[in-house]
Write a new protein. Sequence first.
Length: 170
Amino acid sequence: MHVITPTSILRHWTTDDAASLAKHADNPGVAAMMRDAFPSPYSLEDAQRFIRMATGPTPNLFLAIEVNGEAVGGIGIHPLDDVKHRCAEIGYWLSESFWRKGIMTDAVLSVVPVAFKRYNIVRLQAGIFSNNPASMRVLEKCGFIREAVHRNAITKNGTLLDEVMYVHFG
Ligand SMILES: CC(C)(COP(=O)(O)OP(=O)(O)OC[C@H]1O[C@@H](n2cnc3c(N)ncnc32)[C@H](O)[C@@H]1OP(=O)(O)O)[C@@H](O)C(=O)NCCC(=O)NCCS
């Protein structure tokens, strides 16, 4: 897959991305907004492990966000299962050096139709930590609706937070 947005290229990860992934993902300010599966510090071995997983058999879609020929972030779709098999989650992160240039807004805008086309879903959701207004703003700019606040749903780095649920219905 190769999606050209106004500010980046979204494409599959390759083993050659490991060094740039480790460089850009190794940031506690990024990790603080992500689930604990996103390591901090983020080593080269973590990057290699992620790329093996993202390029192996998986129901998920994992795309690198490439700017100036370098993978500087990631965006992914995770389909849910069982009675939630018509729902999926979207997740993303971007290297801090590239924040506030509209890159993630462009990426999310491009990936939403891909998600609805690839999976038989009626709902695409994202649970945002309540201390992450930038991510909420991205989703609002991309047509997501602020649906609910799940109070005390998140404990991140020892801090209790609400989770703000955003949803897109396609
Ligand atoms: C959230 C994140 C993906 C945003 O990426 P980005 O490319 O900088 O986003 P964009 O430039 O497309 O848009 C950011 C919007 O948030 C706004 N914003 C940025 N920081 C903000 C803040 N502290 N408070 C309110 N709005 C903020 C920007 O002004 C912009 O809105 P605007 O276009 O109306 O001015 C990036 O900051 C990031 O990777 N953060 C760490 C990881 C993360 O949060 N991942 C998402 C987990 S749910």
